[in-house]
Design a protein around this ligand. Structure first.
Ligand code: ATP
Length: 307
């Protein structure tokens, strides 16, 4: 793919939810959540260059079959929203090089949208503040504000009301993506169905989900062992119900030196937390040896930014 030298270049990270509590389904079908995000070192690259109209081309060494290249693409929607909000009449051509697994629960499309906002703001010299960009981001999707912010953050509401959280040091993860993606709404519906079935045993879902202070403490301490003990994802059970094969992979990772494994967001990517960088390298080798596609990443890393 050509990467025009006069283009604006932006890099945006994928994310792991180290904590995700899901509240009851609302009347509009959405759920209130409380989540702790960590941006990790797997990146979407985006180049924006002047053009007539708003267009996108997508490349990458991952399966791109499910990525739309028309107005449904989240990056195109982001560019259109920014143009509309600022009265810009110029066009843009977006080139995206994807690395984040598609429909993998790591917010790849959201990273593309955040990258497009930052790139078009620079290209069109619209000069929006971070607060204004965050407001537009929230209109595009729950995970888009976090992809702008990056680092470590708490998300409430639908995940779109983000505020940075203190984190010390670095956390080493090994990711195991799946060949087949999973639809986020389908996983939420499975959670609702599961709660409906087990209402008598588990009681009602919490009305006001909140992030466990233990997670925030572990992040502040930069303590991987403590974080491993407090990882939680309410979407993990429904994701495993839909993809029972993932349970064996979680076990393999935990037997191969991971402190803990978790489904990332709505899945099906699995994220294994390692004690340190050397252990993560060993874990990656073990999982690759077991025939799995495994990648070593670390977090927290910055949000969408100009390169
Ligand atoms: P999240 O964790 O934020 O729910 P995800 O990481 O599971 O999302 P994405 O890869 O962001 O999933 O995309 C989910 C769907 O969104 C895709 O199946 C695709 O149809 C659509 N989509 C729209 N724009 C993009 C984009 N730029 N990249 C990837 N998918 C996109």
């Amino acid at each position: 793919m050509a990467t025009p030298s006069d283009a604006v270049h932006v890099r945006a990270p994928g994310k792991i939810n180290v904590f995700l509590e899901v509240g009851d389904v609302q009347d509009d079908g959405y759920h209130e959540v409380a989540t702790a995000y960590q941006a990790v070192s797997i990146y979407e690259e985006l180049w924006a260059s002047p053009a007539d109209g708003i267009t996108v081309a997508v490349s990458g060494a991952i399966d791109l079959d499910e990525v739309p290249t028309d107005d449904r693409n989240l990056a195109v929607r982001a560019a259109r929203l920014l143009a509309h909000a600022t009265g810009v009449r110029e066009g843009v051509h977006l080139e995206i090089r994807k690395s984040v697994p598609v429909a993998g629960g790591m917010g790849g499309g959201s990273a593309d949208a955040a990258a497009a906002l930052v790139a078009c703001d620079a290209l069109w010299e619209t000069g929006l503040s971070t607060a204004e960009l965050l407001r537009l981001a929230a209109r595009l999707g729950a995970d888009v504000p976090f992809a702008l912010l990056g680092g470590t953050a708490v998300g409430t509401g639908r995940g779109d009301e983000v505020s940075s959280a203190l984190a010390r040091g670095r956390f080493d993860w090994v990711l195991v993506p799946s060949d087949e993606g999973m639809s986020t709404p389908v996983v939420y519906r499975e959670l609702d169905a599961h709660r409906e079935r087990h209402l008598a045993d588990i009681g009602r879902a919490p009305r006001r989900p909140a992030v466990d202070p233990g997670v925030l403490h572990a992040l502040r301490q930069g303590d991987a062992g403590m974080l491993a003990a407090s990882l939680r994802n309410d979407l993990q059970a429904p994701a495993l119900h839909l993809r029972p094969d993932l349970a064996a992979v979680l076990e393999t990772g935990e037997r191969s030196g991971a402190l803990a494994g978790i489904v990332s967001g709505s899945g099906p990517t699995l994220a294994f937390l390692a004690p340190d960088e050397a252990a993560a390298l060993d874990l990656r080798v073990s999982l690759s040896g077991a025939g799995l596609h495994a990648m070593h990443v670390h977090g927290p890393v910055p949000g969408a930014r100009l390169i």
